[in-house]
Design a protein around this ligand. Structure first.
Ligand code: BGC
Length: 556
């Protein structure tokens, strides 16, 4: 049976049932008509598939945890992003997942946004190209993607109702541009609408956004999926061109029936949505036949390391203190519990249950070998605040020729559903850096975080800063390779590191008043703002050093 024949055979209830999910992760199946169910899963820097054990308890299957989006864009390497996409597509295939819910391509309007680690850049072109490469990679493995969160989901605070008030030029040139590039270039199977309102109308009901721009202007022919629970009025969202409401919603069918009876929507409009959904479902079913059902875990770990190595960014390196030179250094103090329990990703729906996690300390000990003595001191607790054993750490720093301090954003700082309170490290992390720097003039700081950090209170006191991002499960060995010069750092930041939060363009207008967030800075987002108004920054967009020096010439 082709789609038209199926639609003719479907009754009203069956059509309506198809327009909302069966549960959290599947579409509705209709056995009588041979319509199977499609499986979607979160990601996107690795697969996050949820299962249920024998006691009915939810768990997450293991998968390869790759560097998150902000790290991937520091590589500026679309070919590498594509390869990571391919690997994730293979893992989806092996785990019977038809669509992975990503990539996220929202613009980093403010460094405070809790999900910035899931987004690529403050630059629309770079974000668009990275997204297109990722989509291309996943979809080359016959698995679909869901480009999200369409659109203007630039803060987590108040995300369920905030109205992003954006002038049309800014909307098109900054906030829609990455979506446009990705949709036109890579044709994602699905696009996920955002929770928030855009210029007064919920994105899930926004016909201008979902139909006029996405479908008619950009030629999108896949399906629009709601963010989980983003639909308020199912009939209005249907009229705006949203085909699939996720997850299952008990009130959806009733809402659609009433709207049909009242003549607010027509049977024809329902059929149009069902037609697109059937096309999507059968495309996914066909694709299943072409998937490889297994993948090479160690090869994916190797790729995760390759990506981490290209992402890690050397921000400062006075007197060429790095790489660690075994001819000059006999003992190093490794300070900070993140050396043993690295922060490899942020929190929320993108959290991957990593296959394995490399520890920086293990690889440091291996590379130091017999030439360099290493003393490790944790100095602080990992997942709660509080210093523990700072005196011992200071002693270690004092008795070494070099101190390598591991700091970063621990659990509860960067994640979904909340924004950061500050762009500085926690008070105790800053304290640890300052105290260790007092004890040892050769202090190197390794920062594990998913987005820009204000380092101004301590950066002048230390010799080198290695910014690792949330670099995925191979972060540990990649960091050690960079520290010892086994690899040459080559990451370049894809977001400006400001001198302070007060310097950022949305300061004062973000997060809005609970109803509206007015994007008063217009197109002056990220480097556009700092360049135009000649503002000092801590590190400009594109900054990143290496262990060699370059001269630029004959630029064209
Ligand atoms: C997030 C999405 C995610 C979805 C499913 C939502 O809360 O915003 O990014 O894909 O949940 O977990």
């Amino acid at each position: 049976m082709n789609c038209e024949e199926i639609i003719k055979k479907m009754n009203r209830d069956e059509k309506i049932a198809l327009l909302t999910g069966k549960d959290s992760w599947h579409t509705v199946s209709l056995d009588r008509l041979g319509i199977p169910s499609i499986a979607v899963s979160d990601g996107p820097h690795g697969l996050r598939k949820i299962g249920t054990d024998a006691n009915g308890k939810e768990f997450t299957y293991k998968a390869t945890c790759f560097p998150t989006a902000s790290a991937m864009s520091a590589t500026w390497n679309t070919e590498l992003v594509r390869k990571v996409g391919e690997a994730i597509g293979e893992e989806c295939g092996a785990m019977d997942v038809d669509v992975i819910l990503g990539p996220g391509t929202n613009i980093k309007r403010t460094p405070l946004c809790g999900r910035n680690f899931e987004y690529f850049s403050e630059d629309p072109y770079l974000a668009g190209e990275m997204s297109a490469a990722f989509i291309d990679g996943v979809q080359s493995r016959n698995v679909g993607t869901s480009l999200k969160h369409f659109a203007a989901n630039n803060q987590e605070y108040d995300r369920f109702q905030i109205n992003a008030d954006i002038d049309i030029r800014t909307l098109r040139e900054i906030y829609l541009k990455p979506f446009e590039i990705a949709v036109r270039k890579a044709k994602p199977w699905t696009v996920m609408c955002a929770y928030n309102r855009l210029n007064g109308i919920y994105c899930s009901e926004n016909k201008f956004l979902l139909n006029d721009i996405l479908r008619e202007e950009w030629g999108f022919d896949g399906i629009v999926v709601s963010d989980w629970g983003a639909v308020h009025d199912r009939a209005k969202s249907l009229l705006a061109s949203l085909e699939l409401e996720m997850p299952f919603s008990a009130k959806s069918a009733d809402n659609l029936k009433k709207a049909l009876d009242a003549g607010v929507i027509t049977e024809n409009e329902i059929d149009n949505a069902v037609r697109k959904l059937l096309d999507f479902i059968f495309k996914a079913i066909e694709s299943r036949k072409k998937r490889t059902k297994s993948y090479d875990t160690s090869e994916h770990h190797r790729l995760a390391k390759e990506a981490a190595l290209e992402a890690i960014t050397l921000l400062k390196n006075d007197e060429g203190i790095l790489p660690i030179n075994s001819k000059k250094v006999r003992k190093i103090a490794v300070i900070g519990r993140l050396a043993q329990e690295p922060a490899i990703q942020g929190e929320g729906s993108s959290h991957v249950e990593a296959n394995l996690t490399d520890k920086p300390l293990d690889k440091i000990l291996e590379l130091a070998g017999n030439d360099i003595e290493v003393e490790y001191q944790p100095a602080y607790h990992t997942w709660d605040t509080g210093i523990g054993g700072l005196n011992k750490a200071m002693d270690a720093a004092m008795n070494s020729q070099m101190a390598v301090v591991f700091v970063g954003n621990r659990r509860g700082v960067e994640g979904e559903g909340f924004d950061r309170q500050s762009i500085r490290l926690s008070r105790e992390m800053e304290d640890v850096i300052l105290r260790i720097a007092e004890c040892n003039p050769n202090t190197v700081v390794v920062v594990q975080a998913g987005s820009a950090i204000d380092m101004s209170s301590w950066i002048g006191r230390v010799k080198a800063v290695v910014f690792t991002w949330f670099a995925g499960q191979a972060a540990g060995s990649a960091i050690a390779d960079i520290l010892f010069g086994v690899s040459n750092p080559c990451g370049k930041i894809a977001e400006t590191f400001p001198c302070s939060l007060e310097d950022t363009p949305a300061y004062g207008t973000y997060p809005g008043n609970g109803y509206v967030s007015r994007y008063a800075e217009g197109i002056m987002v990220g480097y556009r703002y700092y360049d135009t108004y000649k503002k000092d920054v801590l590190f400009p967009f594109g900054h990143g050093l290496s262990y060699t020096s370059f001269e630029y010439g004959d630029l064209k």
